[in-house]
Ligand binder design. Structure first.
Ligand SMILES: O=C(O)C1=N[C@H](C(=O)O)C[C@H](O)C1
Length: 288
């Protein structure tokens, strides 16, 4: 089961605008050294929509090298809103991938019966377990706790990255009775602490590029019932996440990582534009 903090790596670009493969490996090793339990390649944070097929393959290869070296899981984002194309992308995943983070079909709004049919069909074909990426403010599609429980019954559906923008009634319902072996991972950085308090087993969090150790400690604190430490850390980390998400993700995170010498440029690809200096300075100044 995926547990702990998994970092959805940003994709660094060099001064010429190309994917900086060395920087991916350096950053991957850095967050794993700081306590992350695994990496996620090609998430929203990795600007997957702005990468061509060849670049996507090189990002996966770089992350796979680091994960193999450290013997930790690599999850790869697979986004699509048609079942046939998404199944083909899953079948094409290279070796070295432990799980696929698959977005609820976006824009089309197929309804919950369609969501069930989509994931059950993909689960039958996928060479790796699926983690459902539920993010309705991006996809436009609701998914209830009942639907997630039904999908959890499939042996090739391993969990959900739950990112509904808050701790809603379905989160409380799902976490009140989590199906055996089904990993509920928080996907909204600012509310990771309450999600862990309710029983989430970890998170896929862009904010954890920074203060990775503290995010990992937050998981441990909730899981070992060290409530005083968990609350305190949770409050501080929520403040950091709010600053990192003050402008579209991952622009601020890239600005701070660049300011700390961890990536060669803070550049993002259009339609994202670089974060304002003010947002970067503010986020970089937050000390836990
Ligand atoms: O790429 C991801 O995975 C994440 N993306 C979210 C987003 O950009 O909305 C944020 C989350 O921290 C992880």
């Amino acid at each position: 089961m995926l547990t702990g903090i998994h970092v959805p790596l940003i994709t660094p670009f060099d001064a010429a605008g190309a994917v900086a493969v060395d920087a991916i490996e350096k950053l991957g090793r850095h967050v794993l050294d700081e306590g992350a339990s695994g990496l996620v390649a090609l998430g929203t944070t990795g600007e997957v929509a702005a990468l061509d097929q060849d670049e996507r393959a090189r990002v996966i290869e770089a992350c796979a090298r680091v994960c193999a070296e450290r013997e930790v899981p690599l999850t790869v984002g697979v986004t699509g809103n048609d079942t046939r194309g998404t199944a083909a992308a899953l079948r094409a995943l290279p070796s070295g991938v432990s799980a696929a983070l698959v977005t609820v079909p976006y824009f089309l709004r197929p309804g919950e019966r369609g969501v069930i049919a989509h994931f059950e069909a993909l689960a039958e074909e996928s060479p790796v377990p699926l983690v459902i990426y539920h993010i309705p403010y991006r996809t436009g599609q609701a998914v209830s706790a009942a639907t997630l429980r039904r999908l959890a019954a499939h042996p090739n559906i391993a969990g959900v990255k739950y990112a509904t923008g808050g701790v809603d009634q379905d989160a409380v319902d799902l976490l009140g009775d989590v199906p055996e072996g089904f990993a509920v991972l928080g996907g909204d950085d600012a509310v990771i602490s309450p999600m862990l308090a309710l029983g989430a087993v970890g998170g896929i969090l862009a904010s954890a590029h920074l203060e990775t150790r503290s995010f990992a400690d937050l998981v441990t604190a909730w899981h070992t019932r060290d409530v005083a430490r968990a609350r305190d850390l949770g409050r501080r980390l929520a403040r950091l996440s709010a600053a990192l998400f003050a402008e579209p993700n991952p622009t601020v995170i890239k600005g701070v990582l660049h300011a700390r010498g961890l990536i060669p440029t803070p550049d993002v690809r259009l339609p994202l534009v670089p974060a304002s200096q003010e947002a970067v300075t503010r986020a970089a100044s937050i000390r836990l």
